[in-house]
Design a binder for this molecule. Structure first.
Ligand SMILES: Nc1ncnc2c1ncn2[C@@H]1O[C@H](COP(=O)(O)OP(=O)(O)OP(=O)(O)O)[C@@H](O)[C@H]1O
Length: 305
């Protein structure tokens, strides 16, 4: 993924961190290229936050090495601070300040122009909340403000820890636009999430983590393709008999779960056109494999965030 035109922003080699008997991070290696949007995915307790904090220089690994923009982040490396932006899971804001005042305070701390505050409000879609106190913002607005704070000094690498957790679906989608806008500005983004569907949409590459280890790492589409899983065509029960479904051209397997009929196929176009000819499209859904199927394949467990 890295070459001379696209050098590595982050290189992690065999990092380990134990808490007592628990190997929270158990030999993690990964490389993130400059400008890449990279996601660390996995269920609660997988070790995502610990990995992120080690890369940010907030936690010391027991062993292994981290290079962030060519430097070691631990022990605390002040040369890196202007070049990285960090959003933690729980953001502490200054009390009783408005959104704009929060950002202006961060701007002053980083010695950047106060004008950046309004620019960042615009970027995260909070211009109309500039004069609202932070404690009067919704959860999604507060998340966006914390991202704006992490970006105020125009860092090269942005770390976001579960930025879309606990948001309603609309607020999540609004945040996706913000994250895409950040990447369009050429930033490297390393983020964690337990939403596999979201990572599939946003990330250039993902690492799927479970119990402290990376189980797979690649572009989401490549991971899904690698499964070679059939497409499932789902119909309302009664729109076609099981026997007729089994005889459709391209149908590999048919299951009837009392509510719906599921036809597994590697030739979805053949199945769909045959269904159209028979006018048997009631309640039609077509499902291809997702990262959740990749997780199931890797762990033998259904994915539970
Ligand atoms: N300071 C700590 N002391 C002891 N155990 C810890 C500490 N921090 C994390 N752990 C444990 O290490 C494991 C990994 O935690 P971590 O927060 O890195 O996972 P995560 O994938 O980010 O989970 P979540 O999505 O819940 O934040 C968990 O079992 C957690 O309970």
């Amino acid at each position: 993924m890295t070459d001379t035109e696209n050098p590595a922003a982050i290189v992690v080699e065999d990092v380990r961190k134990a808490y007592g008997d628990l190997n929270a991070v158990d030999g993690v290696s990964l490389t993130v290229a400059e400008g890449e949007f990279f996601g660390i995915l996995g269920p609660n307790g997988a070790g995502k936050t610990t990995t992120l904090e080690i890369i940010e220089g907030l936690r010391e690994p027991d062993s292994g090495s981290v290079r962030l923009l060519g430097e070691s982040p631990w022990p605390r490396n002040v040369a890196l601070l202007p070049r990285i932006g960090v959003q933690l899971q729980a953001t502490a804001f200054f009390e009783k300040l408005t959104a704009r005042e929060q950002l202006r305070t961060f701007a002053a701390l980083y010695r950047v122009s106060a004008d950046r505050a309004d620019e960042m409000l615009e970027l995260v879609g909070l211009t109309d909340k500039a004069d609202t106190r932070e404690d009067k913002l919704s959860g999604g607005q507060r998340q966006r403000l914390s991202i704006a704070c992490a970006l105020i000094h125009d860092p090269d690498v942005v770390f976001l820890d579960e930025p879309t957790a606990a948001l309603d679906p609309q607020a999540r989608r609004n945040l996706w636009d913000v994250l895409r806008a950040i990447q369009e500005r050429g930033k490297t983004i390393l983020y964690t999430t337990h939403y596999l569907d979201e990572a599939e949409i946003l990330c250039d590459r993902v690492a799927i983590m479970d119990r402290g280890r990376i189980l797979a790492m690649d572009a989401p589409a490549t991971l899904v393709r690698g499964l070679d899983a059939p497409t499932r065509v789902i119909l309302e029960r009664g729109s076609l008999s099981t026997v007729d479904a089994e005889e459709l051209p391209g149908a590999d397997d048919v299951t009837d779960d009392e509510l719906s009929l599921t036809i597994s196929t590697r030739k979805p176009a053949d199945v769909l056109s045959a269904l159209a000819e028979r006018r048997a499209l009631a309640g039609l859904q077509v499902r291809t494999a997702t990262l959740e199927d990749v997780f199931l394949d890797l762990t033998g467990r259904e994915y539970r965030a």
